[in-house]
Design a protein around this ligand. Sequence first.
Ligand SMILES: *[C@@H]1O[C@H](CO)[C@@H](O)[C@H](O)[C@H]1NC(C)=O
Ligand SMILES: *[C@@H]1O[C@H](CO)[C@@H](O)[C@H](O)[C@H]1NC(C)=O
Ligand SMILES: *[C@@H]1O[C@H](CO)[C@@H](O)[C@H](O)[C@H]1NC(C)=O
Length: 353
Amino acid sequence: MSKAVMYILLTAAFLLLLTLSPRPQKTHNHLPLSRRFGLNHASFDPLVWKAEILKEQATNANSSTPILSSSDNLNVSGAGMGDFNEYLNDAGKLNITLRLFVLFPLLDTSPKDGFADQSELENWNVEQAIDRLFFRTKKHLLSYDQDGDRAVSLKEYLPHLTDEEMEKDGMLHGEAGWWKEQFANADTDRDGTLNFDEFNDFLHPEDSKNKEIQKWLLREKIKQLDSNSDGKLSFEEFRDRAYDTYRNYFEFENGGDDPPSPEEIFAQLDLDKDRVLEADELRSIMRYLYPGEVSYAQYYTKYLIYEADDNKDGKLSLEEMLNHELLFYSTVVQDGKYDYDYDDDYEDLHDEL
Ligand SMILES: *[C@@H]1O[C@H](CO)[C@@H](O)[C@H](O)[C@H]1NC(C)=O
Ligand SMILES: *[C@@H]1O[C@H](CO)[C@@H](O)[C@H](O)[C@H]1NC(C)=O
Ligand SMILES: *[C@@H]1O[C@H](CO)[C@@H](O)[C@H](O)[C@H]1NC(C)=O
C-alpha cells in the first residue's frame, strides 16, 4: 500500500473512531461513567479549557471554592492565565498563530532540535489530558463534599438515594449496591470516603490504574456484549460484538496493518483456554473497549502528526504546525471563537439517574 493511501485510510479510520465511539446512550445497561470519545476531549492548548473554567467560575462568583485557584499551575505553558487577554484580538478571538509560537518551545524539549516529534507531542497531549482529569475531579469533589472534609462519602455522592434504597443494596445499574461495589474498589485505604486520588479513579475508571476498578469496568463491558447473560464472552459473542472495535483500533495503532483474525485474537486473549473470556482476560484490550483520556491523547497525537507532517519526516516543525494551525484548534474554534465543551458527560450521568 502506498504511504499516501495509508495516511488517508488512517485519517478516515480515526474520524470513524470518533464518530462511532461510545457516546453515552441513555440505556440502562450502559455505564454512565463512560465518556464521550470525541474531539471535545482533545485540547491541544490548555489555555482554551482553562479559560472555560474561569468563565464558569466568574458566573458563579460567590458560590464555592474556586476550581482554579492561584495555587494551581496557572502558568502552564508559560502562558499565564492572567495574560489570557494578550492572546485575544479585539473581537475576542484567540490568536492561534501567536499561541503556537508560544507553545512550540514548550513541546520541543527533548531534544530541543526545532521539531516536535511523536514522543514530545504525545507527552504534551497526555499531560494535558491528565491535567484536565484532575480539574474535573476537583470540580466534582468540591461540589459533592458537603461536610468539607475534602473527601466524598457514598452518601454525599448519592444524595438522591433513600436510606431504604441504600439498605436494599440493589445490584442493577445505578442502584445502591452497584455503586457501592465500585466505591469500595476505589477506596483503597478503606476509610469509607474517597480522597482526591481515589475519587479521581472512581470518576475516571477508564484512566485508572486500580486493578479492581478496571475489572469492574470490564465486567460491565461483558454485560453489554454477553447475549446469553452467563457473564462471559463466548467466541461468537466476541466475534459479533467486540471484534469490529478491536479491529478499528488495531488498524489505527498499527498504521493500517491487518489485524489478527477473530479466531487468532480470541485464542490469544483466552489465557486459561476454557473457550470463554472473563473480565481479567480482556485487560490487554481494555484501551480499545474503554478508551480513556490518556489513550485518546495518544491517538490524537498520531492524528495531528499524520495531518500536519507535510514532508513526512515523522515530526512537526513550527512551520508545519502554523501551516495547519486550525487543525490544532479545529474542535474548539468555531467562527474563530474558542468554545470548549467542558464536561457535559457528568450532566448526562446525573440525568440518567
Ligand atoms: C451572590 O451573593 C449575593 C448575596 O449573598 C446574592 O444576592 C447574589 O444573588 C449572588 N450571586 C450569584 C451569581 O449567585
Ligand atoms: C506565574 O508566573 C509569574 C510570573 O512569571 C510568577 O511570578 C508566579 O509566581 C507564577 N505562579 C505560579 C503559580 O507558578
Ligand atoms: C496574531 O499574532 C501574530 C504574532 O504575534 C501577529 O503577527 C498577528 O498580527 C496577530 N493576529 C491578529 C489577528 O491579531
